[in-house]
Design a protein around this ligand. Structure first.
Ligand code: SF4
Length: 311
């Protein structure tokens, strides 16, 4: 696109070396310029524009350009509340790399939650049961993928942008000395973020305090090392409120009972498998919690009867 001034001199539009499109779309130029200005001043830019102008590409073009000009290395955290958006970001970065053929490619790591990336059978369990089992398996080092190191895998993840499903598949086929070496995809991906230019993940990686502290530590990054892009930021206040909300309902008490029962059953089955004896202490603890909960369930539910409510 070019423009003419009164003296017929050709004015070229500003060049954006990290724009995924060959020609900026209407509205994109303005968004990129404003975002660059805000980032250079250490501020923030709030963009509201209709679907289709290419906000994802514009935000990445601005953030990558500013990151490339910093003396210290910066990682862009593209945070979104929807998994469908992950693919759009990965595809956009692939297009940027095609435009930049011959130059260093943009390295990207795409992640979802642990259960969504886990390669263990129990990943299909309910979220509470899964978290307990994963955490126990890591602590006791009984999860083989967790303790397996897979040299070269991190480099392969960073070689070209992968959607999270492709990343998990890659860990299943990665070989070391001719042998398939299955490492935990979630762990390797977190460690790879340190070498990436762009990280794609859920809001909670930064906006949930507990997750933020453990994520940044595992990624060996601090907030100063990051440029944040919040996709569909109008969803953010509700998500933060939801994260901070603590609720106790009768349904939760009933579900806890069912989940503890399921957890104890799963542990009992796992204990009959080779190496299962390592789970004995966890089983005893879960069984103790289950029995205690079944005694208290009636009293708990009684608290919700109108006569028990404190006014
Ligand atoms: S450590 Fe990784 S592979 Fe093992 S249970 Fe947890 S998420 Fe799954």
């Amino acid at each position: 696109m070019s423009d003419m001034n009164d003296g017929n001199e050709v004015i070229q539009p500003p060049q954006f070396p990290f724009l995924a499109h060959t020609q900026p779309r209407p509205g994109q130029l303005e968004m990129i310029q404003d975002s660059i200005k805000a980032l250079e001043l250490g501020g923030y830019h709030l963009a509201a524009a209709p679907t289709g102008i290419g906000k994802t590409a514009a935000s990445l073009a601005a953030a990558l350009q500013v990151a490339s000009q910093q003396p210290q290395r910066k990682t862009i955290f593209f945070l979104t509340s929807r998994q469908t958006q992950h693919r759009i970001v990965v595809d956009t970065v692939r297009k940027i790399n095609q435009q930049r053929e011959g130059m260093a490619p943009i390295r990207l790591v795409d992640m979802v939650g642990q259960a969504g990336m886990c390669v263990q059978e129990f990943a299909k369990e309910s979220s509470v049961v899964f978290s307990l089992m994963c955490s126990q398996a890591r602590k006791s080092r009984s999860c083989r993928p967790w303790i397996t190191s897979a040299p070269g895998l991190k480099e392969r993840i960073l070689e070209s942008p992968l959607h999270v499903d492709e990343l998990v598949s890659l860990t299943r086929t990665h070989t070391v000395n001719g042998e398939v070496t299955q490492a935990c995809p979630w762990k390797v991906a977190r460690e790879a973020v340190n070498g990436a230019d762009v990280f794609v993940g859920d809001y909670n990686h930064l906006f949930d305090e507990g997750v933020r502290d453990s994520s940044l530590k595992a990624m060996d990054l601090s907030l100063e090392d990051i440029i944040i892009v919040v996709d569909e930021a109008h969803n953010l206040p509700d998500r933060i409120r939801l994260t901070l909300e603590k609720r106790l309902t009768q349904t939760m008490i009933r579900n806890t009972f069912a989940e503890l029962e399921e957890y104890v059953g799963t542990l009992q089955r796992s204990m009959n498998m080779p190496g299962g004896e390592m789970l004995a202490a966890t089983h005893d603890l879960a069984y103790w919690a289950f029995r205690g909960h079944s005694h208290l369930k009636k009293e708990f539910c009684g608290l919700f009867q109108p006569s028990s409510l404190i006014t």
